[in-house]
Design a protein around this ligand. Structure first.
Ligand code: ADP
Ligand code: MG
Length: 396
């Protein structure tokens, strides 16, 4: 689960990290009074969406120019910029072409920047440890730095047996070419970030940029935080920060029914049981020349209602040009899947080709339910046959 920049900064402030004073604005008519609570002389007005690249982003329908991070020199100007962004759609390289609607604005004190640095904490999946990633090339796309000047990125892991030690902080300071009192500040800040990361079960904590002010101090100028969804039950305070309007409505709906669903970009909707089979199904669809529209594992003990909901979520995706149901019934029974599919089609209709491959527990019962339903279903014998048939039906 991700949170907004202003929420991340409030959280990091609680751990003692240096962040600017700021106010969140939810409605245009409160922008002026919120901005007026700060002294200036510079106000930075920042669109709050769950995506980076806001500064270089562009508002839908706008000519080139102002992005989602704007500098204002008076309270009036700050309020004006906030009003100009609220409710509009911001497109950045991370939002995809559809962009994201801006529903919240953060107005914060402007900083005088001497250097922009990059810092991230993440879980290194290879080592299973928390890792630091740092670079002197902050403020820009870290992917681009990794591509063109990978030597400018320094990364290392922290051994959980010792946890964070001051020398880890000094290592970051050295990589960021900090000097004098900044080194001490860095060691302290890295310790605070590491503690926040562990205590709050974060998955990712990216600060881009971490700045050195002209006064020589370190400051967290941007913050992107993601949490491990499986640990959220331990953090009701974090769960409360969720902004559902930022999430894919299909994934949100799937979450309510406890379905493992992830939206993808392709054209073939998949309904599969078991994560491994779901992965294999996506692979074989690609092998035969098409792209999956989603990952969906309906799980072991799915009910008819759950299957119905899953099918409805798949068909609600306008990109879906065909559906492949691939069930190897073990704990999951083929007749339950068949009933769910039939019920869902009765409810929402079926406008795209549907290929069904059923195998395993109660397979005859399942096939009979489908055959007797009068649905226009293409039956498949095995995984390969199913994938070939759905790709052919979609691509012709
Ligand atoms: P994004 O990464 O989404 O573009 P950032 O918060 O990193 O958004 O802001 C983009 C750039 O805007 C920063 O690299 C920095 O140069 C400038 N900026 C952001 N916040 C401030 C601030 N409070 N004071 C001065 N400059 C800022
Ligand atoms: Mg940034």
């Amino acid at each position: 689960m991700n949170i907004h920049e202003y929420q991340a900064k409030a959280l990091l402030r609680d751990y003692g990290a240096p962040v600017s004073d700021g106010r969140v604005v939810l409605r245009a008519d409160e922008a002026k009074s919120k901005a007026g609570e700060m002294d200036g002389p510079l106000w930075v007005v920042k669109a709050q969406i769950h995506a980076g690249g806001r500064g270089k982003g562009r508002f839908e329908g706008a000519e080139e120019g102002k992005g989602g991070v704007r500098i204002a020199r008076s309270v009036e100007e700050a309020a004006e910029e906030a009003r100009a962004m609220l409710g509009r759609t911001l497109v950045t390289h991370q939002t995809g072409p559809a962009g994201k609607q801006v529903n919240r604005i953060y107005i914060e004190d402007g900083s005088d920047i001497a250097r922009e640095l990059y810092l991230a904490l993440l879980v290194n999946r290879e080592t299973g440890r928390i890792g630091f990633v740092c670079s002197t090339e902050g403020g820009m796309d870290i992917e681009e730095v990794a591509e063109s000047t990978p030597e400018k990125i320094v990364s290392f892991d922290v051994d959980p047996a010792t946890g964070f030690m001051p020398w880890h902080g000094r290592r970051v300071a050295f990589a960021l070419e900090l000097e004098g009192p900044q080194v001490k500040q860095c060691v302290k800040l890295m310790g605070q970030l590491y503690r926040a990361f562990v205590e709050k079960d974060m998955e990712q904590l990216e600060i881009n940029p971490l700045i050195v002010t002209t006064g020589g101090d370190l400051k967290v100028l941007d913050a992107k935080v993601g949490f491990d969804g499986n640990a959220l039950y331990r953090h009701p305070d974090i769960a409360e920060l969720r902004d559902e309007s930022e999430e894919d409505p299909k994934e949100l709906q799937a979450g309510k029914y406890d379905l493992n669903y992830i939206a993808l970009d392709g054209e073939i909707g998949c309904m599969v049981n078991g994560a491994g089979l779901a992965m294999a199904t996506m692979d074989i669809i690609k092998l035969y020349g098409a792209e999956p529209a989603n990952f969906l594992d309906v799980g072991g003990g799915a009910t008819k209602e759950k299957v119905t909901e899953a099918f409805k979520i798949i068909t609600s995706d306008p990109q879906v040009k065909g559906i492949l149901v691939n069930i190897f019934g073990g704990i999951m029974r083929c007749d339950v899947i068949a009933e769910g599919v039939v019920a869902a089609v009765r409810e929402v209709g079926l406008e795209v080709p549907l290929v069904v491959r059923l195998e395993g527990t109660n397979v005859e019962k399942g096939k009979a339910i489908i055959n007797e339903s009068g649905l226009n279903v293409i039956a498949a014998d095995d995984l390969k046959d199913g994938a070939q048939k759905i790709v052919k039906a979609v691509k012709g």
